[in-house]
Ligand binder design. Structure first.
Ligand SMILES: Nc1ncnc2c1ncn2[C@@H]1O[C@H](COP(=O)(O)OP(=O)(O)OP(=O)(O)O)[C@@H](O)[C@H]1O
Ligand SMILES: [Mg+2]
Length: 208
């Protein structure tokens, strides 16, 4: 099972929206998708309760002690070939566990300096965790809610964190907000998410 996590300690950057969008895109490709909600706010769980079945996505909440996160992943790994984790806007033990068990990390940010500054401690934790584990999962910063902002200064501000930046820009689009009313992802947004998942040519995401 491939584990892909949407993380950022800053609130409202689009983690849950991206996690649901990734889950929808994979499920549309006939992948067996588990969406794991690790946030007490339970937005992904609420979405899952109402719409998960329609889109063939199983949603589970796992906000307990971090050891249980690993157990949950193990428990489900034969049933699903994808686990998409929606992380809470915090840095905690569960964040460390998520960093340890994920194959891929997506860090959505709004194209603004506060979202960039807030990456600092997360970036340190990522580098520290990866050094300790001796491997580096695919990690990408993803601009979300993009509305034509000038990117070079933002890229310059991001340089210090030594984390790759995705060339895929997720636009500000009301369709993303409409996901929470049970709307499917539009074909153009799905293509965008697919680009995000497959860019860089690293991993063949849609193989069994
Ligand atoms: N690309 C986008 N275009 C338009 N609206 C968006 C986009 N991405 C997210 N939103 C909206 O921004 C708000 C915050 O998004 P979301 O809940 O996904 O952020 P989050 O990082 O999960 O927040 P939290 O840190 O509280 O968990 C939501 O209302 C969502 O609909
Ligand atoms: Mg969220």
């Amino acid at each position: 099972m491939n584990v892909i996590a949407c993380v950022h300690q800053k609130g409202g950057t689009g983690k849950t929206t991206l996690a649901i969008s990734v889950a929808l895109t994979l499920a549309q490709q006939n992948q067996r998708v588990l969406l794991l909600d690790t946030d007490y706010q339970a937005t992904a769980s609420d979405w899952g309760q109402q719409f998960g079945e329609i889109f063939n996505i199983v949603v589970r909440s796992q906000v307990q002690a971090n050891i249980q996160l690993e157990q949950e992943i193990k428990r489900f790994q034969t049933r699903f070939n994808w686990c998409v984790i929606d992380a809470a806007p915090t840095l905690s033990d569960i964040t460390v566990k998520i960093l340890q068990i994920s194959h891929e990390l997506l860090i959505p940010i709004r194209p603004a300096l506060p979202d960039i500054w807030a990456i600092s401690r997360l970036a340190s934790l990522i580098h520290q965790t990866h050094r300790a584990a001796g491997y580096i999962p695919k990690t990408k910063i993803v601009f979300n809610q993009y509305q034509g902002e000038t990117l070079p200064p933002l890229h310059a501000a991001l340089m210090q964190y030594h984390l790759p930046i995705s060339p895929t820009l997720l636009p500000f689009d009301p369709c993303f907000a409409e996901l929470f009313t049970g709307q499917p992802l539009s074909p153009s947004l799905r293509r965008l998410i697919q680009n995000l998942l497959t860019e860089g040519g690293s991993k063949q995401l849609f193989d069994e």
